[in-house]
Design a protein around this ligand. Sequence first.
Ligand code: NCD
Ligand code: ZN
Ligand code: ZN
Ligand code: ZN
Length: 422
Amino acid sequence: MLYLKDGKDVHGNKIELLILNDKIDKISEGFSEEEIKNIEKNEKLEIIDLKGKTVMPGVIDVHTHMREPGITAKEDFATGSRACAKAGVTTFYDMPNTIPTTTTLEALKDKKKLASEKSIVNYGFHFGGSRNNNIDEIKKVLEAKEANTVKIFMNVTTGEMLIEDEDILKNVFKNSKLVLVHAENEMIDKAVEYNKNYGNGLYVCHIPSKEELKKVLEAKKNSELNTEKHPVYAEVTPHHLFLNEEIRESTDRNKMLLRMKPELRTKKDNEFLWEALNNGEVDTIGTDHAPHLISEKLEKITFGMPGVETSLALMLNAYNEGKVKLEMIQKLMSENPARIMKISKRGKLEEGYYADVIAVDLDKEWIVGVDDTIESKCGWTPYENWKLKGKNVLTIVNGKVVYQNNKFNDNLENGKEVEFYE
Ligand code: NCD
Ligand code: ZN
Ligand code: ZN
Ligand code: ZN
C-alpha cells in the first residue's frame, strides 16, 4: 500500500490517498494515526509525504505524435513516454500519421505491440482515416473495439494523410463514432456539416485563432449542430495559447523553429483563446506533440513542435500569473479528455480509479532546458530558457512511482493501454 500524505487538491483542501496495487483505494481529507496504524498491522505501508504539494490526476494528452513506427529518429514510445512521465502526463493518445499510417487493423495492432513493449505511461490510439478509402478497416477496428476514435486530416500538414474526396469524408463520419479532425478555416465548416448530417461526434484539434474558434463555439452553441448524438468538442494547444507570430518573427531561429500547422497567429488570438478557455468554452488542451529534429527544422520549414514536456508546467505558470484556475487546468487536461474519449477509470482522483496521480510544486521556479533535461528524442523545446513557476515533482502511473524529485525510478513497469466504455 502506498500512502500519499498531506497533499492539497486543486481547491486548496487537504487531501490524502491510499493506493493499493494499481488503483486508488481510499481518499480522505486526512487519515488519523489510528487508521494508518491499523493498515500497517496488515501490510507494508510506503509513505510519501507531500508536505502540502498539490495533488492532481495525471494529465491525459489526447493529441501526440510519437513517431513510431517508421519515424523513430524523431521520437519513439520509450523516449516520448519518458517525456510524458517527467512532465506529469500519465496517458497519451498517439496519432495515426506514422509510417506506415495507422489505417489498417493490422497496423494498429503492430503499433499497440510496440507501445506495450516500450511506453512507461499509459497510451491510447486514434485510428486513421485513409485517403485511399479504408472504411472497411474503420468498421473492423470499431467493431473489434480496438479503438473508438478516428482521426482525419482535411488540410495539408506533416504526413501523407490528407483526404480531399468528399465521399470518403462523408463515409468516415457515417461509419465512425467520434471523429477528430485536422481542419482549418472553411474545413471547420465542412467538418461541422458532415458531423451534423452523417456523424456521431466531432473533435476539432488544435484550434489556433479567434476566427476559427468562433466557428467551433458557434457550432457548440447551436442545438442542431451540437447534439447528444453528434456532439462538438474544441481542443486548443499550449503553443496557440503562449506563442504568436510576433515571438516567431523575433529571431531567425524562431522563424524556423516555431512552425506548425495550424500556424501561430496574433497576440489578439492568444487572448481570445484564453478568454474562451476561462469561460469554460474550450473542452481540452492537447499538445499536438509533434517532434522533429532541430536539424530538420533549421534546414527547411517543417511543421510540428514538441509539447508534452512543457504543457502542464506552462499552465501552472499561467496559474501563478493569475491567468487560469487550477480547477480549470485539471478539467482541460485530465477530466475532459477522459470523458470525451470515454476512457474507463482515469482522469479523476476517485476511489476505484487507476492511480494515475501527480503532485506539483506550485512555488518551484525553474528554467526550461536549464534546470531539466529534455527527454524527447528530438532534443529541443520551443520554450527553452523560459522561466516558469510551477513544476511536476511526482508521477505515479497505475499505482507505481515512475518519477520523483527530478529522477526516474530504476525499475520501471510499462504503462497500460486505456480501456474505454460505450
Ligand atoms: C503534425 C506532425 O508533425 O505530425 N504537425 C503539425 O504541424 N501539427 C501533424 C498535425 O498534427 O497536423
Ligand atoms: Zn476539493
Ligand atoms: Zn494537425
Ligand atoms: Zn497533430
